[in-house]
Design a protein around this ligand. Structure first.
Ligand code: NZQ
Ligand code: ZN
Length: 409
């Protein structure tokens, strides 16, 4: 086991009966809050009225900021922070998906630092600025995906420069989060699928690259993956089932709360690095969908390059009971079965299906290398070069729905 340090300061409230406890807790953070929402789904569905009523009952004044985009734009965050500052808010309440939660963290940082623009703070920006602190942030996640409700990260997009990049500080970890599955029953099927894909990626990226030294992290991660693999098809069939929604929601929080990697070799999240570059290029690409497109291609690339094959074979054994006498065979079978699962769940696609043409691959690879690597390579259990990234992107072109025949493997 490798050394590790874990600090999860977020008070987590799970379930509808924790509503009062969560809103009571908010009083500790002040009596004026900036409530941040996305494009309006929580308003249309009526959830926002419940939140407003809870705040009013506790004499917490609120200012509403509406309009955070999926893959939140830097300029929108700047606008929201200016409004928060003007209104002298004490804390920020994020009510939405990962984009709203990330935007809220960034807004809380800008208000604290009395700064006007978020983009100079993101990783890889030449004008890189260090954030000094943030107002308290509370969250009510309405997607099961990012775990932003407990993480130190906020991922920001800037369509003007085709960029998408994170800020990460321990003080951005939310102070309190209310996980209410009832708010998830309205999620459209595609957003549900994209979220599940994101959850899986959070657990298996380090699983694959992080070595064999931490069986507790392995067993924990396998459990989270198993829940997602089993629950997603059921949720898609029963979208209003709160119990099933709750399974995905809690799995999402567990998948990126730092327990999942404890004791392994720390590694970069390569697929995340690449996906951020992809959705920086096309801000309409949902994060989880971009990841799902990359998985099979990346797995095949790993096997072709003889990297981490034993870990892919282990995943096959633990998740799908695949056992053969040869790890390459097991890894190949795992990839085929997993591709089948992706296809069955509407997640098997190509980059070109998402308006990312092959001509853009070099430019996107350059962005990923600059932000997440040293300009030439990213270290991911061995170097990943520009050529390698383009190879992985090109492999995604073989992912044509209807093309998999698991029986032949
Ligand atoms: O904008 P509204 O109207 O709210 O609609 C949203 C949006 O269109 C909709 N939605 C959310 N909850 C809903 C709902 N529709 C109906 N009912 C509900 N209950 O869903 C759409 C997608 O929302 P978004 O927040 O963009 O999705 P997600 O939660 O997947 O967040 C993605 C963002 O999080 C970042 C991603 O890069 C991406 O920018 N990530 C953040 C991380 C972190 N902070 O630690 C880690 C992740 O790996 C990820 O990078
Ligand atoms: Zn993610």
């Amino acid at each position: 086991m490798n050394s590790f340090e874990i600090h999860i300061p977020t008070r987590i409230y799970f379930g509808s009966s924790k509503e009062s406890a969560f809103f009571d807790q908010l009083k500790d953070y002040g009596n004026r809050v900036l409530v941040v929402i996305g494009g309006g789904s929580v308003k249309r569905i009526g959830y926002l009225d419940e939140v407003k009523a809870n705040l009013s009952q506790r004499n917490i004044e609120f200012v509403l900021f509406e309009g955070i985009e999926p893959n939140p734009h830097a300029v929108t965050i700047d606008r929201a922070a200016a409004i928060g500052k003007e209104n002298d808010v004490d804390f920020v309440l994020a009510f939405g998906g990962g984009s709203v939660m990330d935007a809220s963290k960034a807004i809380a940082g800008l208000i604290h630092d009395d700064a006007k623009e978020i983009w100079p703070y993101v990783l890889g920006e030449p004008k890189y600025k260090t954030m000094q602190g943030a107002l308290p942030v509370a969250t009510i996640p309405t997607t099961a995906a990012t775990a932003s409700e407990v993480t130190a990260h906020a991922v920001i997009s800037n369509p003007e420069v085709k960029g998408k990049s994170p800020i990460s500080y321990p003080f951005l970890k939310p102070s309190a989060s209310w996980l209410n599955p009832a708010y998830h029953t309205s999620l459209p099927p595609q957003t549900t699928r994209d979220g599940a894909s994101d959850i899986l990626s959070h657990v298996f990226e380090n699983y694959i690259l992080g070595g064999n030294e931490a069986p507790p992290a392995d067993r924990y991660s396998e459990g989270v993956m198993q829940v997602v693999i089993e629950a997603l098809p059921k949720v898609l069939e029963n979208p209003e089932n709160e119990s099933l929604r709750g399974q995905l929601l809690w799995a999402s929080t567990m998948a990126l709360n730092t327990m999942q990697t404890a004791g392994r070799v720390p590694t970069t999240f390569l697929l995340h690095n690449l996906e951020h570059a992809l959705s920086g290029y096309n801000p309409n690409l949902a994060h989880g969908r971009g990841l799902a497109i990359l998985y099979p291609a990346y797995f095949k690339w790993l096997v072709e390059n003889n990297r981490c094959v034993d870990r892919l074979a282990l995943l096959g054994e633990k998740l799908f009971d695949i056992k053969t006498s040869n790890i390459n065979e097991s890894a190949a079978e795992f990839i085929a079965v997993f591709e089948g699962w992706l296809e069955d769940n509407g997640l098997y696609q190509r980059l070109t299906d998402q308006s990312i043409p092959a001509e853009a691959f070099p430019e996107i690879a350059d962005y990923a290398l600059r932000v997440y690597g040293d300009g030439e390579k990213i270290d991911a259990a061995g170097p990943i070069t520009k050529e390698n990234i383009i190879e992985i992107f090109k492999l995604t072109e073989e992912q044509i729905a209807g093309s998999i025949n698991v029986a032949e493997v």
